[in-house]
Design a protein around this ligand. Structure first.
Ligand code: GLN
Length: 555
């Protein structure tokens, strides 16, 4: 199979939604029957985003094979349904560290190691991996043209387009901003012109320009951009703001993105069938044709930046799509009710979700939220840390172990409580016996490699709520955590109606806890939000929103 390459770069400002452009184009090519693979190349120097703050960089997405990746990989998966692999995401840090490892191993003996060719060769190898497996390979370069860190990447894709097997074809898409200046009521094309000039100065002439703007860009401005930027006017694609990201594939098709790209490859419209946009039309309709509204409180620590909980947010939208309702998330900083009654914040919410997180800050507030949901019979969904804290709450208040806590916070807890220790019901994974169910990397100095990462399977018990929801007794979900619930508390909790309804295949690690006699109370050690898709909502999110809808009818 001949693979064609599409490179997506960004100009003018960051946060223009390059990832969304690429994900939508991937979906449109699939809708025409092509196979696609989507990749992200990030110019920052972290080896992966695993150690970055979610408040700065947004959520860390995790693949089945255990890579910690940029959140754009989540968009790619949600739009194309293709599960990414660790080989679909790379940073400058990883590229440099590979080059340096090779240098130490003596792979370049006698040579002076330089950005060109050593670093650029490594980038090109990354891009070409899997050549021939799909019709299209789409590669997004993170950051904005002009960033110093990005230069080796732009140089590598420039070289790539000139080399390789005969007939290798590449197209460059540049995403820019066309701002509207209210004072003179005009759309300004100059930033786009400058950005393209910058790109051309490093040897890349874009074939397609995707121009982001508040409103559709009139033909006159598109023609001007085409003239000044040396692209065809039908390859200047207007990309106005949309009220839902799930309308993007249809909108981009309407504005001619996939036609322009295919034309550029010599695959003209006439020869290609129209794309089958049925599933996207259906998703678009479901996003707007809603019959109700449910309010879900999300009690977290990184609520200042919605991107920090990107996949949770999207999975809730999908849960809404499954139930024909709009889900209104209410983001609540857990610290606000650390020592206060949470009712002032949580009253009026139809469900409560405590997402994953790290560190002690806000944990007491989240424990209160879990207790509030348990006692008042409000649907509760605890994800990873949200499950661990719900277990702590139940061990404290049902079993009566007042100082129940987590090994993750024990030092901070002792420091704040005059040295008083916790009884840890949540343990560091490294202290568990390594079982055949998991290949846990032992703790070391490498902070990026001490977690249980990627897909692991779990067994669901007969008669449990989750087995009914999944309609299966064996599931596979993605993990990203260091700590585990101590299975030793199982019996005591079961006396109080708390079931460990999902376990690792060897029966050692609790994967799911649920309360039998409750409107909906489920805690999961994994991250179901990572596998939810708009046209295939995750069953747990779909059922959680169904329960929230039921709760809203009681009010
Ligand atoms: N901090 C917890 C752990 O490492 C939970 C992690 C998470 O929520 N992703 O186990």
């Amino acid at each position: 199979m001949k693979t064609r390459y599409i490179f997506v770069t960004g100009g003018v400002v960051s946060s223009l939604g390059k990832g969304l452009v690429m994900a939508s184009l991937g979906a449109l090519l699939q809708a025409r029957g092509f196979t696609v693979r989507l990749r992200k190349l990030d110019p920052y120097l972290n080896v992966d985003p695993g150690t970055m703050s979610p408040i700065e960089h947004g959520e860390v997405f995790v693949t089945d094979d255990g890579a910690e990746t940029d959140l754009d990989i989540g968009h790619y998966e949600r739009f194309t349904g293709v599960s990414a692999r660790s080989s679909d995401c790379v940073s400058a840090g990883r590229i440099y560290s590979t080059v340096l490892e090779k240098e130490r191993r003596g792979s370049f003996l006698g040579q002076t190691i330089q950005v060109i060719p050593h670093v650029t060769n490594e980038i090109k190898e990354f891009i070409a991996e899997g050549e021939g497996e799909t019709d299209f390979m789409l590669c997004e370069i993170g950051g904005t043209v002009g960033d110093i860190e990005g230069l080796p990447f732009y140089e590598a894709i420039r070289q790539f387009s000139q080399e390789g097997p005969a007939g290798r074809q590449c197209q460059f898409i540049h995403v820019t901003l066309v701002p509207h200046i209210d004072a003179c009521s005009e759309l300004k094309t100059k930033p786009t012109q400058h950005s393209v000039k910058e790109l051309r100065s490093i040897g890349i002439s874009p074939n397609v320009l995707v121009c982001r703007s508040e409103k559709p860009i009139p033909d006159k401005e598109r023609e001007k951009i085409a003239l000044f930027c040396n692209v065809r006017s039908d390859a200047v694609i207007s990309a106005p703001d949309l009220d839902s990201i799930y309308r993007a594939p249809i909108a981009y098709h309407r504005y001619g993105l996939d036609d322009a790209v295919l034309r550029g490859f010599g695959l003209s419209e006439g020869e290609e069938a129209d794309p089958d946009l049925g599933p996207w039309i259906d998703v678009s309709r479901r996003v707007s044709d809603v019959e109700g509204l449910v309010k879900v409180a999300i009690v977290g620590k990184y609520v200042g930046l919605e991107d920090a909980y990107k996949s949770i947010n999207e999975a809730l939208v999908h849960g809404g799509i499954a139930n024909c309702v709009r889900v209104e998330p209410r983001w609540i900083e857990a610290e606000v009710f650390e020592n206060k009654d949470p009712s002032g914040y949580l009253d009026g919410c139809n469900a409560i979700l405590v997402p994953g997180g790290f560190g002690e800050r806000g944990s007491e507030g989240k424990i209160r939220a879990a207790g509030f949901a348990r006692e008042r019979n409000i649907p509760y969904f605890g994800i990873c840390l949200g499950m661990q804290l719900a277990v702590i709450e139940m061990v404290r208040n049902l079993v009566g172990v007042r100082n129940a806590g987590s090994e993750e916070f024990e030092h901070e807890h002792a420091a704040a409580n005059g040295g008083r220790k916790t009884e840890n019901v949540i343990y560091y994974l490294g202290t568990w016996q390594k079982g055949e169910h998991t290949e846990v990397r032992q703790p070391g100095d490498d902070k990026g490699a001490t977690m249980r990462l990627g897909a692991y399977s779990a067994h669901l018990s007969d008669g449990s709520r989750v087995k009914k929801i999944y309609r299966s007794c064996r599931i596979s979900e993605r993990h990203r955590h260091r700590y585990e619930v101590d299975v030793g508390y199982r019996q005591q909790l079961e006396h109080h109606g708390v079931r460990f309804s999902g376990m690792s295949p060897d029966g050692k690690l609790p994967e799911i806890v649920e309360i039998s006699d409750h409107a909906w109370f489920v805690g999961v050690q994994f991250h179901p939000e990572l596998k939810s898709r708009p046209f295939d909502p995750h069953p747990l999110f779909a059922d959680f929103i169904r329960a929230a809808l039921q709760q809203s009818r009681l009010l």
